[in-house]
Write a protein that binds this ligand. Structure first.
Ligand code: NAP
Length: 451
């Protein structure tokens, strides 16, 4: 049998693992995969994005473990592509490179006051409570009585829910200690979520919305007037098969509820946009404009009216979507935040592919990445079979990393981190206690030199 095709997959979140899995299943040609990650730990947003109280969603990592056990798989953690090794150097060492680096930053609102202390991208808050090693020095002031979450997606819901969890709800999770303490001790009594469009256009999904109504320590409040639909939304709802219809049903049920007087309230507002974040020296409030919906290029868009109001608050989490980041030497579309591509083949770059959020933008659930990665891998394997992937002349990546004095965490190193975390969590009844510092991660992961 011919030597396996050698593929580097960069980014070890769901798209990276699904791409690796599809590659390792190929026998025409057989493929070996080196999966690289900037962090010492794999799983990407399954570890650092999925909310700590969603342990059932994190269970997808068991499928990733099976992929990692396949012959021909190697993990290189703590290898920052673009910094310690370039795209060109990967191309010298691999027949093909697949980028599955996700969307590593946040979209901005572009309004005055956005950078006032106390106004944060939701991505930073999420990374903080989830133990991302780059976000552990942050300190969120949760002393104000009201927090405002801008956006109507599942990340906004995650943030609102996390801020409302009780000590007992948090105790079962792997929320990092500092965040858990801050949430328990927080002065926040009201979390207000702001949707710029109406309830029919909300991006969140019904199971996530439903959970807001099942929290032990928070009432969910919806103003019935916000659920009076304009004709175009009512028509859209008629034709909706599932999401919007179920969301609106749930919202109507929330609107009918008598608040129980629980310690916190989650207030869902619609058709409002922040126009300015106000405060002298730090966030003191958000100025909102009331919107109306207008038909624009085949969709209902939010158009501001003259009606304004100011909501006092001490914290703003801006949750209006993630955004991809350019990787040096690889084509990138600034406008859309993705690598320009045709079915996963990166346009204008030889032997270079992409999958996941850096391919299609930050949308869909974890499972969406499986189909997406399979499409990319099918294109890659077709190119290999057509002889379009030229065998590289360079050596093993490990040797290059050795030369540069870069220690990397291999899969066994990750398994050591995983075991240490699980054993710390066990006596506490938690799935794990995360190791969060770079030094501690690298110590526990016993970084190695070339395999
Ligand atoms: P998202 O689903 O795209 O939602 C972004 C929200 O921000 C939308 O409501 C959008 O409104 C709003 N928005 C955008 N620009 C805005 C602006 N300038 N002003 C006000 N609002 C603005 O993104 P996400 O919440 O970051 O989630 C990313 C992906 O991860 C989604 O596919 C999500 O379902 C998934 N996810 C899933 C889970 C889960 O399954 N539990 C958890 C977290 C994330 P418009 O619709 O008007 O643009």
């Amino acid at each position: 049998m011919s030597a396996p095709l050698r593929v580097a997959v960069v980014g070890s979140g769901p798209a990276g693992f699904y791409a690796s899995d599809a590659l390792l299943r190929s026998d025409d040609p057989p493929v070996s995969v080196d999966l690289l990650d900037r962090l010492p730990t794999p799983w990407g947003l399954v570890r650092f994005g999925v909310a700590p109280d969603h342990e059932n969603i994190k269970a997808v990592s068991r499928a990733f473990e099976k992929t990692a056990a396949r012959p021909g798989f190697r993990f290189f953690g703590n290898v920052d592509v673009g910094r310690v090794v370039s795209h060109a150097e990967l191309l010298e060492r691999y027949d093909a490179v697949v980028y599955t680096v996700g969307a590593q930053t946040d979209r901005r609102l572009g309004i005055p006051g956005e950078d006032l202390p106390g106004s944060w991208p939701a991505t930073a808050f999420v990374a903080w409570y989830n133990g991302h090693p780059d976000f552990q020095d942050l300190s969120f002031d949760l002393s104000g009585e009201r927090a405002v979450v801008v956006g109507n997606g599942n990340v906004a819901i995650d943030c609102a829910r996390m801020l409302a969890l009780t000590a007992a709800e948090l105790a079962r999770t792997d929320t990092v200690a500092a965040a858990e303490r801050a949430i328990i001790d927080s002065g926040i009594r009201e979390i207000m979520m702001l949707g710029r469009r109406g309830p029919v256009q909300a991006a969140f999904t019904p199971p996530e919305l439903q959970e807001l109504g099942e929290l032990a320590g928070a009432d969910v409040i919806v103003d019935p007037h916000d659920l009076e639909l304009d004709p175009a939304s009512a028509d859209a709802l008629e034709h909706d098969r599932e999401r919007a219809r179920r969301n609106v049903e749930l919202l109507r049920e929330f609107a009918r509820r008598e608040p129980k007087g629980l310690p916190r309230r989650i207030v869902l507002r619609f058709l409002v946009s922040p126009v300015e974040i106000v405060g002298s020296g730090r966030v003191e409030g958000v100025e909102l404009v009331r919107n109306e919906l207008v038909s624009e290029r085949g969709r209902l868009a939010a158009r501001p009216t003259a009606a304004r109001e100011t909501i006092p608050c001490g914290l703003v989490l801006r949750s209006v979507g993630y955004l991809g980041v350019e990787l040096p030497g690889v084509p990138f579309d600034e406008e859309t935040g993705v690598m320009p591509n045709d079915g996963g083949r990166v346009t204008g770059a030889e032997r270079t592919y992409c999958a996941g959020w850096i391919k299609r933008g930050p949308s869909g659930v974890i499972g969406t990445n499986k189909k997406d990665a399979t499409e990319t891998v099918d294109a890659l394997l077709a190119d290999a079979r057509a002889g379009r992937l030229v065998a590289p002349s360079g050596g093993d990546l490990g040797e290059l990393l050795d030369e540069r004095g870069v220690l990397f965490v291999d899969y066994e190193g990750w398994q050591a981190i995983d075991a240490a975390e699980r054993s710390m969590g066990e006596p506490l009844g938690r799935p794990r206690v995360k190791v969060t510092g770079w030094d501690e991660l690298l110590d526990t992961g016993r970084p190695v030199q070339s395999p």
